[in-house]
Write a protein that binds this ligand. Structure first.
Ligand code: PBG
Length: 331
């Protein structure tokens, strides 16, 4: 776009910022509570609520969910994303607990849909909360095997959908999984289930606190399936492929270090969601606790940046905090 700009003093852009009302009048992007998706960790009573490196975020018991979800709904949040902390004793090499119709996530889905049916419930599809090795799929010769992992992901998806999930978010980065899951949904009569794929998930250091939260002790790294942080073209190919395979929307993750990816994908014409991941959350919280920045403003500003870049929704652990402070005027 070629900008046409009159020379000074005919154009004084400070005119647009001269008062609070003028700034509101010329504001290009807005952040609303309904733009926020709230990720929630779930635990068994044998596990601790506190998450060491995510101050202010706790793991919830299933019976605590109705109150937590009702509060989020009252604040204007319309969707949650669930992650289980599976007890170590239930973890196996093949992550079979993911297919248990009474696992923590399935219990949580049923509880939420029973008490706050208006809340849209999304779940994560990947095996890492259930495997002993902490990888997202099934290992063969030391690497995650693509095609047998897809079969497992389809089973995991069907299990969560049977429990009542409104939407599923595959975060595993296997090739071809969106098509396989979409076909399975169609052929089982679940044509209304939302499929929001992690179109791009980078092999990032910013997932550290999350792995602690779900108790995953990762052997090695995820670089053979998650994207190289140096690449943009490959990210756009990943996004295009997921759209072609039937994704209803695409998540870009992490968020703030990858605003260029969001901006580059916004013309694809599908809903784009940014994920402000655990490490981004921790950075803001710790800087806030140290008195280095105002954390409410930092959450507001970063989420607004996601909207400006082209994201329509933001997944953030600070969703409730942000929704509360949006009621104050952010001038
Ligand atoms: C699982 C998954 C991860 C995150 C979301 N889903 C971790 C990983 O890939 O290791 C990270 C989210 C966060 O850091 O907040 N596949």
């Amino acid at each position: 776009m070629a900008l046409r700009v009159a020379p000074y003093p005919h154009l004084r852009l400070r005119r647009l910022r001269q008062s609070s009302s003028a700034r509101s009048l010329f504001q290009e992007n807005h952040l609303l509570p309904k733009d926020l998706i709230y990720p929630i960790f779930i635990r068994e009573s044998t596990d601790l609520a506190e998450i060491p490196t995510m101050p202010g975020v706790i793991r919830h018991l299933v019976e605590e969910l109705p109150d937590e979800i009702e509060e989020a709904y009252r604040l204007g949040i319309r969707a949650v994303l669930l992650f289980p902390k599976t007890p170590d004793a239930l973890k196996t090499d093949d992550g079979a607990e993911a297919f248990n119709s009474n696992n923590l996530v399935c219990q949580a889905i049923r509880k939420i849909k029973q008490h706050v049916p208006e809340m849209v419930v999304f779940t994560d599809i990947a095996l890492d909360p259930y495997t002993t090795h902490g990888h997202d799929g099934i290992l063969k010769n030391g690497d995650v095997d693509n095609d047998s992992t897809i079969e497992a992901l389809v089973k995991q998806s069907m299990n969560q959908v049977a429990a009542g999930a409104d939407g599923i978010c595959p975060s595993d980065m296997m090739d071809g999984r969106i098509q396989a899951i979409r076909e399975a949904l169609e052929s089982s009569g679940h044509s209304n289930v939302l499929l929001i794929s992690y179109g791009v998930k980078y092999a990032s250091c910013f997932y550290g606190p999350f792995r602690g939260a779900v108790g995953a002790s990762l052997r090695g790294n995820k670089k053979s399936y998650q994207l190289n942080p140096a690449n943009l073209t490959e990210a756009l190919r990943e996004i295009s492929q997921d759209i072609m395979e039937g994704a209803d929307g695409v998540i870009i993750k992490p968020g703030l270090p990858y605003l260029d990816v969001i901006a580059s994908a916004k013309d694809y014409g599908v809903p784009l969601w940014a994920y402000q991941v655990s490490g981004e959350y921790a950075m803001i919280r710790y800087a806030g606790q140290a008195g280095a920045i105002d954390e409410e403003k930092a959450f507001y500003e970063t989420c607004l940046s996601f909207k400006r870049a082209g994201a329509s929704k933001i997944i953030t652990y600070a969703a409730k905090k942000i929704a509360k402070c949006l009621t104050k005027i952010m001038d």
